[in-house]
Ligand binder design. Structure first.
Ligand code: PLP
Length: 761
C-alpha cells in the first residue's frame, strides 16, 4: 500500500528522470564505433575527419560525465566511488582476457620491452586500442573525487581544467610545444609513461567533475525549477561550431599529435548535458546502460569478424572497401552481440537465483535491472526523490540489502538471518523494510508485539514471525489467525497459553543472566515441562545476551558464561536430537563479537540498519555495513533578526550579531531529542553544517544560517545522513543527545513518511 502511495506521489511531483542519459550513451557508443571504422572515409576525407575526430570526440567525455553525474553525488560518495572503481576494474580485467586472442593475432606479445610496455598499457593505454577508457575511468574518478573532496566544486573544476590544459598540449596542440625544447622534453617524459595525454590523469577528471557539478545542481533546490532549454541549445550549437573550427584549423596546420582534446570540448560537453537534461524526460533504463557498455567493449571484435566474413564471402567490395557499409555492419553486429550477451547474462543470473533459493541459502542475490523486476518506483526513485513532505525519513533499501548480505557472510553456514523489525524496524518502517528483506530471501522476522506481527502479515510477509515480547493470553486467537510464533516468557505463561487449547507454535525464552524475560536456565524441569504441554509445539529455544557489546574482560567472561549455560541446557534437553527446534542466542553485537556460535538463527536488529548502538563501539567482526536511514526536512521560512533578539521558547538563544534564521518544520514530536537544543545539535543545508539554535519545539526548530546566502525556503535540510561531503551519522546525533542509536532511531515518529530510496547503480 505504502509503495503505491509513494509512486503516486512521485508522479504528481513530476520529478526529473535521467533516462535520456542512458539513451545518449548508446548514441555515444555508436560514435565510438565510428571512430574505429571511419564510415565516411571512402567518400570524403574531410567529412570523415569531422565525424570521427571532432563530432565523435564527445562520446568518451560523455561516458565520464554520466558516471560523474551518478557516482560523484549526494550520499555515500566515497563508497560509490570505490564501488565504481571496483566494478570498472573487474570489467577491465575481463576485457583484457577477452582480447588476448586478438593480442596474439596482432603479435602483441612479441613487442619490444614487453613488460615495461605491458605495465604502461595496463595503467594507461589499455592492452587493446579501445581499452584505455577503462583505466582512464578508474584513475579519472579517483582524481576527480580527491579534488572535489579537497578543494570543493570550484577548486576541483579549476584544477581539473589545469590538468586538461597540460594534456591539451600533448594532444591537439602538440605543434605548439614542439617549438619549445624545454617543454618538449617534459612531454617526451610524459609519453614514456603513457602514449597519450588523453588518459585518466589529464583528460578524464574534468568531465567527472562536470558530471558531479550537474548532479549537484539538480539535487539542490534549483533542480526543481525547470531548467531552460533555449540557452543550452544555442550555446551547445555555438560551442560545437567553435570546436569544429578549432579542430579543422589544428588539423589544417598539422598541429595535432592526437585528436581527442580540444579547448571547446569542455563547454560543448557542459551544454550538451544541459540540453539533454532539459529537453528530454524519460525513465532510466539499465538495459541501455549495459548495452552501450557492451557495444563499446566488443566492437573491435566485430570489426575483425566483419573483415574476415567479408573475405570469406568475397564481399570485400561491400563490407571492407565501402566504409559506410563496413560501419553499419560493425554497428549492427555489435548491437546484436550486446543483446545476446545481455540475454545470456540475464538467464545465468536468474538460474543462480533460483538455485540459491532452492538450496535454501537464505539471502539470495537480487540484482535489480538485470531481472526486469525493478518496479517503476525503484527505477525512478534512485536517489533523486523529492517528496513534498515537510519532513521525512529516507530508507536506503540498497544499503539494507547490502547489510543483509554482509551479515549473512559472517554467519556460520547453517545459520539464518532473523530480521528484527520491531519498533517500526527501528524507525525505518517495518513493512517497507520487511518487504525488501523478503525479496532478498529473508524468511525469519522478529517483532516485539502481536500488533506488529499482524501488520507484517497483512502486508504480505510470508515467513516466520516471532513475537519476542509479552502477548495477553486473551488475544491468543490472533496468534493462530495470523500464524505468529509466540515467545514463552515463563512457565506460568506457558501453562496459560496451553490452556487456550489452540495448538500454537512457540519459542521458549531462557534466562541465562539478562534477568528480563525467560525461564531461569537452571529450572530444567520447568523447561522440559513445556515440551510436554500438548497444545504447544516448541519450534525454537533462545536466550539473550546482555553484555555482548562489550569486549571488557569482565563482560566477555559474563557473556561466555551465559553462552555456556545455554548450551549446557540444550545438551540436557537433548535439543540437538530433536527435529525442528531452532536455536538462537545472538543479536547484532552477539554476532559481531561471537560470530561462530553454532545456532540456527541470529536475531539481527541494529546492525541490519547499518549503524552501531554507540559511537566508537568496537567489535571483533567488522563487516562493511552502510547506514540505511536519513532524516530530512525542508526549510520552512527564513527570517532576519537583529543582534540581541532571541529565538524560540525561554529566550535562551540571543543573537550576538544580526542573524538569518531558518525555521525547519520538525520537532521533538517527530522524535528529534529536545536536548539537542541550543547548539548541541546541527543540521546540513547545502552540504554545510549549521547549528540548531534556541530550544527545539514540539514541531519546529531554528537553525542559524547567517552568511549562507544561497539558502531558500523549500531547500532540504539533512538531520541524519549525508549532504555533499558532510555527514551527520545517527551514532553521532545519538551521542550528542546522550542516548544510543537504537533509541534515537526507534523514536522517529509516525508523522514522518518513510520514503524508499536506492543507491546502487
Ligand atoms: C531487540 C532484540 C534483538 C535485536 O537486537 P539488536 O541489538 O538490535 O540486534 C534481538 N533479540 C531480542 C530478544 C531483542 O529484544
Amino acid at each position: 500500500m505504502y509503495r503505491t502511495e509513494a509512486l503516486k506521489e512521485m508522479k504528481q511531483n513530476g520529478k526529473r528522470e535521467y533516462g535520456v542519459l542512458d539513451l545518449f550513451r548508446v548514441v555515444a557508443a555508436f560514435l565510438v564505433v565510428a571512430i574505429h571504422t571511419s564510415p565516411l572515409l571512402s567518400f570524403t576525407e574531410t567529412g570523415d575527419f569531422f565525424l570521427t575526430r571532432i563530432l565523435a570526440r564527445i562520446a568518451v567525455p560523455f561516458f565520464f560525465m554520466v558516471s560523474g553525474f551518478f557516482v560523484l553525488k549526494g550520499e555515500n560518495t566515497g563508497r560509490a566511488v570505490r564501488k565504481f572503481m571496483k566494478k570498472t576494474a573487474l570489467l577491465y580485467g575481463i576485457s583484457i582476457l577477452l582480447y588476448i586472442p586478438l593480442n596474439i593475432y596482432n603479435h602483441y606479445f612479441q613487442m619490444e620491452d614487453f613488460f615495461i610496455n605491458l605495465i604502461k598499457d595496463i595503467f594507461f593505454d589499455g592492452t587493446f586500442y579501445h581499452l584505455w577508457y577503462l583505466p582512464a575511468a578508474i584513475e579519472g574518478i579517483a582524481v576527480a573525487y580527491f579534488l572535489l573532496k579537497r578543494y570543493g566544486k570550484k577548486g576541483a573544476l579549476l584544477l581539473s581544467m589545469a590538468l586538461y590544459l597540460i594534456g591539451l598540449f600533448g594532444d591537439s596542440y602538440y605543434g605548439v610545444i614542439k617549438e619549445a625544447p624545454v617543454l618538449a622534453g617534459f612531454y617526451e617524459g610524459l609519453f614514456s609513461l603513457s602514449d597519450y595525454t588523453r588518459n585518466g590523469i589529464f583528460f578524464a577528471p574534468v568531465f567527472f567533475v562536470l558530471g558531479s557539478i550537474w548532479a549537484e545542481k539538480l539535487s539542490g533546490e534549483n533542480g526543481r525549477q525547470t531548467i531552460s532549454l533555449i540557452v543550452p541549445a544555442g550555446a551547445m550549437a555555438e560551442c560545437f561550431l567553435a570546436m569544429s573550427a578549432e579542430g579543422m584549423l589544428l588539423h589544417r596546420f598539422s598541429m595535432q599529435r592526437h585528436d581527442s582534446m580540444y579547448v571547446m570540448l569542455i563547454p560543448t560537453m557542459y551544454f550538451l548535458f544541459w540540453f539533454l537534461l532539459a529537453a528530454f524526460r524519460r525513465k532510466g533504463n539499465f538495459m541501455l546502460r549495459k548495452i552501450s557498455m557492451l557495444i563499446y567493449i566488443i566492437h573491435p571484435y566485430m570489426i575483425v569478424i566483419t573483415r574476415m566474413g567479408a573475405k570469406i564471402l568475397h564481399m570485400e567490395k561491400w563490407f571492407i572497401e565501402n566504409s559506410l557499409f563496413h560501419y553499419l555492419a560493425v554497428s549492427i553486429e555489435s548491437f546484436l552481440c550486446a543483446l545476446l550477451l545481455l540475454e545470456l547474462w540475464k538467464r545465468w543470473d536468474n538460474r543462480n537465483d533460483r538455485r540459491k533459493r532452492k538450496s535454501g541459502k537464505g539471502v539470495q542475490k537480487h540484482r535489480p535491472g538485470m531481472k526486469g523486476q525493478r518496479t517503476g518506483m525503484e527505477e525512478s526513485q534512485r536517489g533523486h526523490e523529492r517528496p513534498q513532505e515537510r519532513a521525512w525519513v529516507e530508507v536506503n533499501l540498497s544499503n539494507l540489502r547490502h547489510n543483509a548480505r554482509a551479515l549473512k557472510a559472517i554467519m556460520p553456514e547453517q545459520c539464518e538471518l532473523m530480521a528484527v523489525v520491531k519498533a517500526n524496524a527501528y524507525g525505518h518502517g517495518a513493512c517497507l523494510t520487511a518487504e525488501c528483506l523478503q525479496k532478498e530471501g529473508v524468511r525469519q522476522f522478529a517483532v516485539a508485539s502481536l500488533e506488529e506481527g499482524i501488520a507484517l502479515r497483512k502486508h504480505g510477509i510470508i515467513g516466520e514471525i516471532l513475537i519476542l515480547g509479552y502477548t495477553d493470553i486473551r488475544k491468543s486467537r490472533q496468534l493462530k489467525k495470523y500464524r505468529l510464533v509466540q515467545t514463552v516468557i515463563d512457565y506460568e505463561y506457558a501453562k496459560e497459553l496451553n490452556a487456550c487449547r489452540l495448538h500454537l507454535p512457540v519459542h521458549i525464552k531462557i534466562d541465562t543472566g539478562m534477568h528480563r524475560l525467560g525461564i531461569d536456565s537452571r529450572h530444567v524441569e520447568q523447561i522440559s515441562g513445556i515440551f510436554q504441554l500438548s497444545f504447544l509445539k516448541v519450534t525454537g529455544i533462545y536466550t539473550h545476551l546482555c553484555v555482548a557489546d562489550s569486549l571488557d574482560k569482565e563482560d566477555t567472561e559474563y557473556t561466555e558464561n551465559q553462552i555456556k549455560r545455554f548450551y549446557e541446557l540444550l545438551d540436557v534437553l537433548k535439543v540437538k536430537e530433536q527435529q525442528g527446534i531452532k536455536v538462537h542466542l545472538q543479536s547484532s553485537y552477539g554476532l559481531l563479537n561471537y560470530p561462530s556460535l553454532p545456532c540456527d538463527l541470529a536475531r539481527i536488529g541494529i546492525a541490519l540498519y547499518g549503524v552501531k548502538s554507540a559511537l566508537g563501539d568496537e567489535t571483533r567482526q567488522k563487516p562493511d555495513l552502510l547506514p540505511v536511514l536519513s532524516l530530512k526536512a525542508r526549510v520552512g521560512l527564513i527570517r532576519e533578526i537583529e543582534a540581541g533578539e532571541s529565538v524560540s521558547y525561554g529566550r535562551v538563544f540571543r543573537a550576538e550579531r544580526n542573524s538569518r534564521i531558518a525555521i525547519l518544520p520538525i520537532g521533538y514530536a517527530d522524535g528529534l531529542p529536545r536536548n539537542l537544543s541550543c547548539g548541541k545539535g546541527s543540521v546540513l543545508i547545502h552540504g554545510k553544517k549549521l547549528p540548531i539554535v534556541g530550544r527545539i519545539c514540539m514541531d519546529q526548530l531554528a537553525v542559524d544560517i547567517t552568511g549562507e546566502e544561497g539558502i531558500r525556503p523549500g531547500d532540504v535540510a539533512v538531520l541524519i545522513g549525508r549532504d555533499g561531503f558532510e555527514e551527520i551519522s545517527a551514532e553521532e546525533l545519538a551521542y550528542q543527545a546522550d542516548t544510543i542509536t537504537n533509541e534515537l532511531l526507534s523514536r522517529l515518529g509516525p508523522r514522518l513518511k518513510r520514503v524508499p530510496v536506492f543507491s546502487d547503480l
